[in-house]
Design a protein. Structure first.
Length: 387
């Protein structure tokens, strides 16, 4: 198959990883993949990168900068349309449906490509647009986000979703159940991780015996507040606890807690350091407020956590409770600070349970959620629609 992937995200941001994960493994099976994404910094020039003889990445320019490079730029859309003219693909698969994605996709559908659409975040009315703190921006963006998110879904020949909430939204829009497949995010298994916890702490100059919690990546503000309040409850009971915020985090947790000296925020770090920090913790947190924005996604960090053989404590939102129940990878609690704190103390004091949860997490991710196996499901879905 000759397949076009379109994502509005910048390289190494958000659903770029989802498109790249599927694309990489499809290319290894001999399918020709073109992934069109947004350049991290180019304003005018289109860039090309070949990962594999069957996998080409096109980085399109965008006139905006930073986080504003998020799928709205007409220039980016035009460059993509010009690049794709006179090209032919069996399948075009969009990852979300903002203008830089949906208009090129509709052009390719008019040329005869089958259209597949992925939905992995609830952006519009009721979803993450409601998390924006500025009420004016929230009011302006709500109808725009909702229009682009929902208006084109019934045009797709097939739909991929990341969670049950978004699957139900597709059904409510009139998409047939037979045209939908649910696929969580995957990981590529690295046999060299996790690194032994004590070795990782020595290399990072972290205390060997003090309990440490890990969190990876960004969060909504309300989730950061929940994390801060939970950490305050925890350190009231056990003052030695530390938390490491690994990678870029869009808030300063040190300004939100009573014991900022117990918080480490790494900022952007290399892959090597990332693996060291993730290996150094005792357990991972996934404290999410029970909001529509969180119901309408499935955090990529969860499957990443699982590869490090650590127990995970998460809150009851969306698909996560059922996922924990089926896979026995940690403890699920309500989105209350005291519940998160008490569950953390319970796990720290129960070495056997922590070990079992961690081993289950690694086994499950290897057996069910590596990109290779998820790609098989997607490939089969493509074939059913092509035949």
């Amino acid at each position: 198959m000759n397949i076009l992937y379109l994502t509005f995200n910048k390289v190494n941001v958000g659903t770029y990883y989802r498109a790249y994960g599927f694309g990489k493994h499809l290319a290894e099976r001999g399918h020709k993949i073109t992934l069109v994404t947004t350049s991290n910094n180019s304003h005018f020039l289109l860039k090309q990168k070949d990962y594999h003889r069957y996998f080409r990445e096109i980085q399109s320019p965008d006139l905006f900068s930073g986080s504003l490079r998020s799928g709205w730029d007409p220039w980016n859309t035009l460059i993509r349309l010009l690049y794709l003219r006179n090209k032919k693909y069996d399948i075009v698969h969009t990852f979300e449906s903002r203008p830089t994605v949906i208009y090129p996709a509709l052009r390719m559908k008019s040329y005869g490509s089958l259209l597949f659409m992925d939905w992995s975040d609830w952006f519009g009315k009721g979803g993450s647009v409601e998390e924006r703190p500025n009420p004016i921006i929230r009011t302006i963006l709500r109808p725009v986000e909702t229009y682009f998110e929902e208006s084109f879904r019934t045009l797709a020949d097939g739909s991929t979703v990341i969670c049950n909430t978004l699957k139900q939204k597709l059904l409510d829009l009139g998409v047939s159940n037979s045209n939908i497949i649910k696929l969580h995010n995957g990981v590529d298994i690295n046999p060299n991780i996790p690194i032994r916890k004590d070795i990782a702490r020595i290399q990072l100059n972290l205390p060997i015996k003090k309990p440490i919690i890990g969190w990876l990546g960004v969060s909504f503000y309300k989730d950061a507040v929940l994390m801060a309040k939970s950490f305050d409850k925890l350190t009231d009971l056990m003052p030695d606890f530390k938390i490491i915020i690994i990678g870029y985090f869009n808030h300063d947790l040190r300004k939100m807690v009573k014991k900022p000296e117990n918080v480490i925020q790494t900022g952007y770090i290399s892959e090597e350091l990332l693996n060291l920090f993730l290996s150094s913790v005792d357990l991972f947190w996934l404290p999410l407020v029970n909001s529509n924005a969180n119901k309408g996604r499935f955090p990529m960090k969860l499957t990443k956590y699982m590869t490090f053989s650590k127990p995970i404590i998460a809150t009851k939102v969306g698909d996560i409770p059922l996922f924990f129940e089926e896979n026995k990878i940690g403890i699920i609690v309500d989105d209350k600070p005291e519940d998160l704190a008490l569950a953390t103390i319970t796990l720290i004091n129960d070495a056997l349970a922590s070990t079992n949860y961690g081993m289950n997490a690694r086994n499950v991710v290897e057996q069910k959620f590596c990109w290779k196996d998820l790609t098989t499901k997607l490939e089969n879905f493509y074939f059913t629609k092509l035949n």
